[in-house]
Design a protein around this ligand. Structure first.
Ligand code: SUD
Ligand code: ADP
Length: 280
């Protein structure tokens, strides 16, 4: 039967301001979110045998109903009322529990893919409403543009203009559960919020935007991450920051060769995951 082969990209947070805690326990945020060209490969196949089957085979990622991609397919299959089977195979390239949004991106990609395969005709807006119930970052990956994300991360406004940059992602094998980071965040009174413009035109301008209120929480537990940030700056990054709840640290570069050399040198010196990718 029908099959789709799709790519689910990772994201980095150029900025993450925590504005306060909500009565439901979630936090109100103000973020700038950017997709990057490190992708999970996802194949979705319709079959005659009813049921949803998800295989990933990556340590730390559940197969079956524990996988967020399974839950995404389940919502749409139930909504369709159809008696078909959905087989999903995930080739996981994005580090897991790393602040790169891999699970959320897989879920968003499955929502968009199953919508197409089952001919449901749901709008992106409707898919985003369904997606936010699976994870706060899911709507961003359906939006598909660099975004100012507010609320819990689901109220999205497209940035007017952002430069195309090289981003070096470094993960020293540290996995951090997002819920733990928010639980250990100490909210402090802050001065007036920095203005976030709609347009940024260079790595130097984006570097001024780089800031993440979750960084002290994760770096407090894993001080090695401060060293990773410095390694990226020494290797020529215009700026470096931890992404999301961590523990991936990224550096931004204008020059491809410098970015590729930084990633290769860090991977060779320390044996860590280090890759140079482009912003999408
Ligand atoms: C920190 C961020 C930044 O982009 O990304 P990651 O580092 O996870 O990639 C996001 O806010 C993560 O969003 P997402 O990963 O979708 O979160 P969810 O699965 O919905 O929530 C996991 C847990 O994080 C906490 N949470 C999440 C979002 C939010 N705005 N406030 C919160 O307090 C809640 O305790 C929730 O139970
Ligand atoms: N398809 C999936 N990809 C990655 N992680 C998944 C997936 N489905 C469920 N998970 C679980 O979700 C947790 C968060 O994963 P991930 O989305 O990679 O991290 P982050 O929220 O830091 O971006 C992991 O502990 C993992 O076990």
């Amino acid at each position: 039967m029908e099959k789709l082969q799709l790519q689910a990209p990772a994201k980095v947070n150029y900025r993450l301001d925590v504005l306060g805690k909500r009565p439901d326990g979630y936090h109100d945020l103000r973020m700038v979110m950017q997709r990057v060209g490190l992708c999970d490969e996802i194949s979705i196949t319709l079959s005659a045998a009813p049921g949803i089957r998800v295989t990933c085979g990556k340590k730390g990622v559940p197969d079956g109903p524990g996988n967020i991609a399974w839950r995404a397919a389940d919502v749409l299959l139930k909504l369709s009322g159809k008696e078909v089977g959905i087989d999903i195979a995930i080739d996981k390239r994005i580090p897991v529990a790393a602040g790169l949004g891999g699970g959320s991106s897989d879920a968003a990609t499955v929502l968009m893919g199953v919508n197409e395969l089952l001919g449901l005709g749901l709008s992106d807006q409707r898919l985003m409403e369904i997606g936010v119930k699976l994870g706060a970052d899911v709507p961003f990956f359906i939006f598909k543009k660099t975004a100012l994300a507010e609320g819990i991360g689901d109220q999205l406004t497209a940035m007017e203009s952002m430069p195309s940059l090289w981003v070096v992602l470094v993960n020293p094998g540290i996995h951090v559960p997002t819920a733990w980071v928010y639980q250990n965040l100490i909210l402090t009174e802050k001065g007036p919020a920095t203005i976030i413009r709609g347009s940024y035109s260079s790595a130097a301008e984006v570097a001024e935007l780089l800031s993440n209120d979750l960084e002290p929480v994760t770096c407090g537990k894993h001080p090695l991450l401060n060293e990773v940030k410095d390694m990226l700056l020494t290797a020529g990054a215009t700026g470096s920051l931890m992404s999301g709840s961590g523990a991936t640290v990224f550096g931004i570069f204008e020059d491809e060769a410098v970015a590729r050399k930084a990633a290769a040198d860090i991977a060779a010196a320390r044996g860590w995951f280090a890759e140079a990718v482009q912003t999408l």
